[in-house]
Design a binder for this molecule. Sequence first.
Ligand code: NAD
Length: 359
Amino acid sequence: MTKKIAILPGDGIGPEIMAEAVKVIHCLRDEYGFDVELETAAVGGAAYDASGDPLPESTLKVCHAADAILLGAVGGPQYESLPRELRPEKGLLGLRANFGLFANLRPAILYPELAAASSLKAELVSGLDLLIIRELTGGIYFGEPRGIEESGNGMKTGINTMRYSESEVERIARVAFEAAQKRNKRLCSVDKANVLEVSELWREVVEHVAQDYPDVELSHMYVDNAAMQLVAKPKQFDVIVTGNLFGDILSDIAAMLTGSIGMLPSASLAATGKGMYEPVHGSAPDIAGKGVANPLATILSLAMLLRYSFDLTELANRLERAVGKILQQGFRSADIASSGESVSGTAEIGNAVIDALQS
Ligand code: NAD
């Protein structure tokens, strides 16, 4: 059956990097029989400029009709003085809320050729390939009660509440076990069960869900230790699953291990199977329109889309291998080039991936 992908280029470098991803999709269609239909819609600042709304009804309609969403990036300095509800970021948050995208998947992969870009020693990170799965719609960022209260004596108290229900933990745990099954079958659940009751319940539910995935080896780690281990011995991990707050921090640590934001894809998945895929980086207004942005994070997000929304594992692997191959061949955009290496533009990198797919 024809798969439908909503293409949302967004702002800044979004349209440039998305143009390369679309070229790659066309290549997968022509060379490998990927039966796909694309529909493009505006989001973020581009949508605000066109219609006064960062997430117009027409865009939501396109996304509802699609099986998966591929997004570039949103935002830009020209929108920063707008009221919060009209800012580009509202488009992203609106998409997450509309589709119940509760599971955020962020791989941190360090291709051996780029080991010098990491802040850690090459031998610690070369070949790193881990996946962090963060619960995205619950936990302390959304828990009630919240607010700042003023008590009688003029002293203020800030309040946030970390809460997770069994069903919230169970559904993110299932995503994690299933992702681990598609990789090296090792899952580390990160919590703070020595201090927090919410983590105690988290651990209990994850243990329970584990019974359905006997082929996956489960371990648990406290979040403070996980932060240390990520920096000390990052290659010990395959898949990490954790709550919203811990995942926010750990996924940024993992991103830094790879040293190159232009290489990092992400996926946000809903219980319905719908997913939104986007590079981790933003709209990079400083380089927008110059044709120098690295399109590989978006192309790798497309590989995740093939794997997680369409179960096209072989095609996803093929695309990831093509990216590995062009790095071996020496193609480098400015953000990942070491001094002395020759630098390729956005379209040249996209074309190289297509050549690698065709060879
Ligand atoms: P950014 O990720 O856009 O840029 C940070 C730095 O990395 C910049 O120097 C940029 O040139 C570089 N960079 C980013 N992506 C690159 C790529 N593909 N190739 C080469 N270099 C790249 O973060 P920022 O500057 O803090 O934010 C810029 C705008 O993006 C802001 O409006 C912010 O709100 C927005 N933003 C959007 C998202 C999103 O759409 N998911 C995420 C983060 C930031």
